[in-house]
Design a protein around this ligand. Structure first.
Ligand SMILES: Cc1cc2nc3c(=O)[nH]c(=O)nc-3n(C[C@H](O)[C@H](O)[C@H](O)COP(=O)(O)OP(=O)(O)OC[C@H]3O[C@@H](n4cnc5c(N)ncnc54)[C@H](O)[C@@H]3O)c2cc1C
Length: 443
């Protein structure tokens, strides 16, 4: 275990987990009884949920929240689901763009952008990685240049998840090549449904196209959509990445319906989106030891001693991961924070996916080589193997290659913990002193 430092941070309104959450849940229940109607459109329901403050209760009271601690907000979101209503929208807009905007946006930007982010009216994607700037994100080359009261963007992004249903995006672009690379980056909110933006899907191992290439040719951004000030994009992007890795995580639930005007869910009745779907459309959770144990039993393999050991090990890892999350939420509720915990949590999660993949293929044996790339093939294979949800099991296992890479690879998480938490020496190099234009480039 790494020696983490416990840092005191100013607490907001600290919830007593025994008393106040119960009172809040009662208040929420009353509001749901008076408001929830499965016949209203999903868009209307999400609007009411956001405006009531119950959808994102950990946000400040004047920012669509109730100012409670993240753990309490997580419980409230689960209470919405338990009641039988649709929980708030998830995805890039609510988990990353909204808290980044609250931390770095001006009052005017928050007033203009936050409602669309939290009501599900807008769907966001994250335009950070480029063909030559992934781990070395600060080496990005996509340019944004002043032209009167707009910025003009040219360049390319890649691995952009959910861009195919996004209408807006968080973009980091180079606005100054005369200064060292970290200092010449700016952060924008951009409309990606404009003539200068082309989105091309990339098919991956699972057969789906979760992510995309995005090309900019003289795309335009109004000057007032620069977030956090010119040249301050590295700090703002790091805020987004910290939220992506779990900063102030509520441990709550969000809806499996898709936000934004392009997915088509907003116009449908909210009642079509109640209940729990086991696999999220974009980022499935690792298959659990309990589910795999049931499959092992169905295949008559549950007395195999080696397999039993592996299942028990996976179960223990899941419990340790859940308890670590609970520990972080309890500490957060008491006003504390563990430096580096988001990075360690991200690595834990990657490890769980890898272990879950290994045990899945152990349990399935040779059957694990079968995968249907369309629905009819998947049905044939499920009938042949006689295992319920077979396609989903293999798909999640194939997807396990992704978490150790996205949001910063495992190696990069280790570098961050080494440099920023343990105070070890930075990687050698003078890229923090030399102007970006004079640095060697990959292309
Ligand atoms: C499923 C998925 C979804 C994604 N979604 C998005 C998205 O929505 N938006 C977005 O902007 N990006 C997205 N990404 C991109 C992701 O952030 C990058 O893939 C990631 O940052 C790694 O960059 P890279 O692929 O260029 O690999 P590279 O940076 O080229 O790294 C290659 C290998 O070298 C290692 N390495 C590189 N530098 C170092 C170093 N200094 N020290 C030690 N090891 C190092 C890496 O760990 C890795 O193993 C997604 C990726 C995946 C897999």
């Amino acid at each position: 275990m790494l020696p983490l430092q416990c840092q005191a941070v100013p607490a907001k309104r600290v919830i007593s987990m025994n008393d106040d959450v119960g009172a809040l849940q009662g208040e929420l229940h009353g509001w749901l009884e008076a408001t929830w109607d499965p016949r209203m459109t999903l868009g209307e329901w999400w609007r009411q949920l956001a405006e009531s403050g119950w959808g994102y209760a950990h946000f400040p009271a004047d920012r669509f929240g109730k100012g409670v601690q993240p753990a309490a907000a997580g419980m409230l979101s689960r209470a919405i689901q338990t009641f039988g209503a649709v929980p708030p929208p998830g995805g890039f807009a609510t988990a990353m763009a909204a808290p980044t905007l609250i931390d770095h946006g001006t009052d005017d930007q928050i007033r203009r952008w936050l409602p669309g982010l939290l009501t599900g009216a807008d769907a966001f994607c994250q335009l950070f990685s480029e063909p030559n700037a992934g781990s070395d994100l600060a080496g990005l080359q996509c340019r944004a240049e002043h032209d009167g009261d707009t910025w003009v963007v040219n360049g390319q992004k890649v691995w952009t998840s959910s861009a195919q249903i996004a209408n807006k995006a968080m973009l980091v672009a180079r606005t100054n090549v005369e200064v060292p690379k970290h200092a010449g980056i700016s952060y924008f909110f951009i409309d990606v449904r404009q003539p200068g933006v082309e989105i091309r899907p990339l098919r991956e191992l699972t057969g789906r196209a979760v992510f995309n290439e995005v090309f900019f040719t003289d795309a335009r951004i109004p000057a007032e959509d620069l977030i956090g000030g010119e040249g301050n994009g590295w700090a703002v992007a790091n805020t987004t990445l910290a939220y992506e890795r779990g900063r102030r995580s509520t441990g709550g639930v969000s809806s499996w319906a898709s936000p934004g005007p392009l997915a088509g869910d907003l116009e449908r009745p909210a009642g079509a989106f109640t209940g729990i779907r086991s696999v999220a459309p974009d980022f499935p959770a690792p298959t659990t030891a309990k589910r795999l144990a049931a499959v092992a039993r169905a295949l008559g393999r549950s007395s195999d001693p080696v397999l039993r050991q592996r299942l028990a090990r996976l179960y223990s890892l899941e419990q340790a991961f859940a308890l670590t999350g609970q520990r972080a939420r309890d500490l957060g509720a008491a006003g504390g924070e563990l430096a580096g915990l988001p990075n360690l949590t991200k690595m834990w999660s990657s490890h769980l996916y890898r272990e879950s993949r290994a045990v899945t293929f152990d349990v399935l044996g040779q059957r694990g080589a079968l995968f249907g790339y369309d629905e009819s093939d998947a049905e044939v294979i499920e009938a042949l193997t006689g295992i319920d949800g077979f396609a989903e099991l293999v798909e999640v296992a194939l997807f396990a290659a992704a978490p150790p890479i996205y949001g910063g690879s495992d190696q990069i998480q280790r570098n961050i913990v080494g440099e920023r938490v343990l105070g070890l020496a930075r990687e050698p190099g003078d890229d923090r002193k030399v102007p970006f234009k004079d640095l060697p480039k990959n292309s």
